[in-house]
Design a protein around this ligand. Structure first.
Ligand code: RP5
Length: 160
């Protein structure tokens, strides 16, 4: 049972590594791969169509600019696909966000925020999805949330 983290380019890794780091926190296994909707379209089809049989349960797709990777992945598999809009240089990721979020009815992509917060939350959401059938992962997510809350409660003074 693995998460597949794919991205349109190696240049997306500084963003997408935040998804991987979140999954590390919960001991959720994952694989990472560069798969481009435009530059390697046949690889994208092959990756998405074989994902379930290879033990993938959730796919996280990150891309920037004309970010068709998550939507095309969702077109090829009924596994849940989470889309991360990578912050592009030209348009600050607004282009990536709109490319990913505006899916036509009938093919779903769960779109996260632009950039590193979106990538981290994609990892978190993937763990939450897996937690619905894996009590160990669910317990790890609950622990993370409890500790996060407690850290804030223990540090109320912003100037300290
Ligand atoms: C997209 O184009 C990638 O997801 C990346 O965010 C963007 C730029 O790619 P590179 O030119 O850096 O390879 O396909």
């Amino acid at each position: 049972m693995k998460v597949g983290i794919i991205m349109g380019s190696k240049s997306d890794w500084p963003t997408m590594q935040h998804a991987a780091e979140m999954l590390d926190l919960f001991n959720v296994p994952y694989e990472t791969k560069v798969v481009s909707a435009h530059r390697t379209p046949h690889l994208l089809a092959e990756y998405a169509e074989s994902a379930r049989d290879r033990g993938i349960t959730v796919i996280i797709g990150g891309a920037g600019g004309a970010a068709h990777l998550p939507g095309m992945t969702a077109a090829y598999t009924s596994l849940p696909v989470l889309g991360v809009p990578v912050q592009s240089k030209a348009l600050n990721g607004q282009d990536s966000l709109l490319s990913i979020v505006q899916m036509p009815k009938g093919i779903a992509v769960g779109t996260l925020a632009i950039g590193t917060a979106g990538a981290a939350n994609a990892g978190l959401l993937a763990a939450q999805i897996i937690g619905t059938f894996d009590p160990t992962v669910q317990a790890a997510v609950e622990k993370f949330r409890t500790e996060q809350t407690q850290t804030i409660l223990d540090n109320p003074n912003p100037a300290e």
